[in-house]
Ligand binder design. Structure first.
Ligand code: SF4
Length: 747
């Protein structure tokens, strides 16, 4: 590879040219996405336009302004919007893409799909699984096709299903195999290609330097390899998915953009341009990542760029390697739920390390949530949004409580800097203090509670114990003594005062001065809806609350919690008010557990991925306390805030899987779940390359049948370990790297 001078930009998005030489971009001739590192002269003003570039293929009307995605960010983004509306959910208008007999796009329901886990060569097993999935209500099903034998099996699978009257569209999942894609396009309805590996070799994770000529040559190669497939899809009426994965970008893309959302978009666009050049438009995009924060940014960036180009292709949404159980559901709810409420997404997959049919139910729940929100166009009245960062993560950290002179207790522990968990505690729970302390995940030393890494930070007591209930009051005092905040409503505190409690008031109580009935120095927590008139919020300026609870009761479906909270954060930012904000969600009685997880992920998660919010208070009267607490901590961890347990990135498994993922994953989790800050990838194969584990410290990966390869980061360090020794070898590796601690023991 030839060397180039620094500052030369990839000739990507060839239709976009610099307007002139006075843009501050040096000698750049052809550009689309620009790295700030190449633009040393640029100042870091958030909304400063740094370049005007024009689509030279148009009449000159498509002016694209670039700006830093946020102050100081190295990421430049088009100034275009990323969704239809910032104040309510309006589904983004797309064209219709036909996948067999199923129509995808904004004029149709959000389609749900999953992927088989059988060996594709096992025709009858795969047919059985597809039928099971179809019976559960999936609209599409994807099958991995790695070689000629599998491609041959696909014809039999399709025929067998048709004979059994199953017309569910079939999608072929292709990596590294253009000739296989060509063959299977003759019988399947849609082909998914991964732009990171369809025509490129597997990424080597080396920093390569490309000249414009090198870059152009690679693009020509891609075109040569991809064109026959596009032509075939045209001829047979097939659909395509240009499915980028964060973890499997090509060396070319990574050399220019890093493994970033920007690189993901550019990678997909390289393929989309070829489709468009061949006048083929029956395709959709996806931008998956195992990190929901990255995933959300990548899709937004993609849509923003599509708006700029005037493209209207539908979106397939998914969080990859989400894992299993509530963890997996939570990560998917955060990523997919956020985008659905932005009006983005036309088909979704919830990938779980579980049987594929288990994915259908959470998938449907999420799809319903998105369709309901867009049908009602739920939101709030229009407001100007100037402070939220759509394309990169910048946390708005509320001011943590400070100790005031003369206070006899320490309120500083009432919130945690990485995200707080608050729990609602009943009077009944106070009757058995030791059990309560354990439920709050406090450490017990001779029966006395102490705060630990994953201890609840504050509690809400809707009712105070009677003044003469000394045991209950002693239990509360012990919690306050370890700096756990105890919050109680004003009405309770007025009649049964609890020393050093924080008092919950609403705006109405503040406006009539009811809070003044309490002694001076009382600490307040204020409950707000977010859709109040801004004048009503003015009163907050005189109160100095320890925190706000954003609590929008579920009375009107048309008012959306997410948009109301964004509006509240906008007001706070405009007025330089730095109060911490806790997302307080009260679920109705009898709510299904999955709905609760998905509701919390999609509502609070949608705010936390934008860095908006300081913690959670989830209430559901008939739900188990530990479940609510764990859900809250999972949500914080899923949003990359507070790490309280080992992070797992585990693939959902498919026909390529080289070991029993569910069994091995359970075994690894059982032995390693006590390592907060450590992330472990458990992958059925290495088809997508080690980048697929981009987020993980250690990787446990199927090498060949019965053998495991172990990774530290993206580097393989032990190969071919027999399955039965692999979990222990992984633990040894964690120890060798100084990341192991022994599991805690009960005192
Ligand atoms: S990593 Fe897992 S889901 Fe992905 S191709 Fe390999 S086995 Fe299939």
């Amino acid at each position: 590879m030839a060397t180039t001078t620094t500052g030369v930009l990839p000739p990507s998005f060839p239709s976009l040219k610099t307007k002139d030489d006075h843009s501050g971009l040096g000698s750049v001739k052809s550009l689309d996405f620009v790295r700030v590192s190449d633009l040393k002269r640029m100042k870091s003003r958030r909304t400063k336009m740094i370049s005007v570039i024009r689509n030279s293929s148009s009449s000159g009307q498509d002016i694209v302004d670039l700006q830093q995605s946020s102050q100081g960010s190295p990421l430049l983004v088009p100034r275009q919007r990323y969704c239809e509306s910032l104040h309510n959910t309006v589904r983004r208008k797309t064209r219709t893409v036909m996948v067999g007999n199923v129509a995808l796009g904004s004029e149709h329901p959000i389609r749900i799909q999953t992927m088989t886990t059988t060996d594709t060569k096992d025709v009858s097993g795969t047919v059985q699984q597809v039928m099971k999935i179809a019976d559960k209500g999936a609209d599409l099903v994807r099958i991995t096709v790695q070689g000629k034998k599998e491609a041959d099996a696909c014809f039999e699978i399709k025929n067998s299903l048709v004979q059994k009257n199953y017309n569910i569209p079939l999608v072929a999942d292709i990596h590294f195999a253009p000739s296989i894609a060509l063959r299977v396009a003759e019988c399947f309805d849609k082909i998914r290609v991964n732009p990171g590996n369809f025509a490129d070799r597997r990424a080597q994770f080396e920093k390569l330097i490309y000249t414009e000529e090198d870059y152009q040559k690679e693009l020509e190669h891609i075109e040569q390899v991809f064109t026959p497939l596009v032509e075939k899809c045209k001829k047979y009426g097939r659909a395509l998915r240009v499915g980028t994965n964060h973890g499997s970008l090509s060396d070319r893309i990574m050399s220019y953009y890093g493994d970033s959302p920007r690189g993901m978009v550019e990678s997909a666009f390289e393929f989309a341009r070829i489709c468009r050049k061949l006048d083929f438009h029956n395709f959709v995009f996806s931008m998956k990542a195992s990190n929901p924060v990255v995933m959300v940014q990548a899709y937004r960036l993609l849509v923003s760029e599509m708006y700029a180009q005037g493209w209207d292709y539908p979106l397939h949404l998914g969080v990859t390697e989400a894992g299993e159980g509530e963890d997996g559901r939570m990560k998917s709810a955060i990523g997919i739920g956020t985008l659905l409420q932005d009006g983005l997404g036309d088909t979704i997959r919830v990938s779980l390390t579980e049987s594929p049919e288990e994915e259908i139910d959470p998938c449907r729940r999420l799809a319903n949530l998105g369709m309901e929100a867009s049908k009602l166009q739920s939101g709030v009245e229009p407001f100007e949004e100037k402070h939220r960062h759509y394309f990169d993560f910048q946390r708005r950290s509320g001011q943590l409580p400070v100790q005031k002179e003369g206070e006899e207790v320490d309120y500083r522990g009432a919130l945690h800097r990485d995200g707080s968990v608050l729990m609602s505690v009943s009077l009944d729970q106070l009757k058995v203090p030791e059990k309560l302390y354990k439920s709050l995940a406090a450490k017990l030393v001779v029966g006395m509670p102490f705060k630990d890494l994953a201890t609840v930070d504050s509690i809400l007591l809707r009712q105070l114990p009677p003044i003469d209930d000394h045991n209950a009051r002693l239990a509360l005092k012990r919690l306050i003594d370890i700096s756990m905040g105890v919050i109680t409503p004003l009405s309770e505190q007025l009649v049964k005062p609890l020393p050093n409690a924080m008092v919950l008031v609403n705006l109405k109580q503040l406006s009539i001065g009811a809070h003044k009935l309490l002694p001076p120095g009382t600490r307040f927590v204020v409950s707000v809806r977010g859709d109040e008139q801004f004048e009503e919020l003015e009163i907050l300026k005189g109160v100095d609350p320890v925190m706000l609870l954003h609590d929008l009761p579920h009375v009107e479906d048309k008012v959306s919690r997410v948009h109301a909270a964004r509006r509240l954060f906008e007001y706070l930012a405009d007025n330089s008010l730095n109060f911490p904000v806790i997302h307080h969600i009260q679920f109705e009685n009898g709510i299904n557990r999955d709905d609760l997880v998905i509701g919390a992920g999609a509502n609070a998660g949608a705010l936390l991925v934008d860095g908006l919010g300081d913690g959670l208070l989830l209430e559901a009267p008939d739900k188990d306390f530990d479940f609510l607490r764990d859900t809250s901590f999972n949500l914080l961890q899923g949003c990359r805030m507070r790490n309280t347990k080992t992070e797992y990135v585990s693939c959902p498994s498919c026909g390529r899987t080289l070991f029993d993922l569910q069994e091995i994953s359970a075994e690894i989790r059982e032995k390693t779940s006590h390592l907060p800050g450590v992330s472990i990838a458990i992958m059925g194969c290495i088809v997508n390359g080690p980048g697929e584990m981009a987020d993980a410290d250690f990787g446990y990966v199927g090498g060949v049948p019965g053998k495991i390869d172990l990774y530290v980061g993206k580097t393989v360090v032990k190969r071919g370990i027999a399955m039965e020794h692999a979990t222990n070898a992984l633990i040894e590796l964690i120890k060798e790297n100084g990341r192991w601690v022994d599991p805690p023991t009960e005192d």
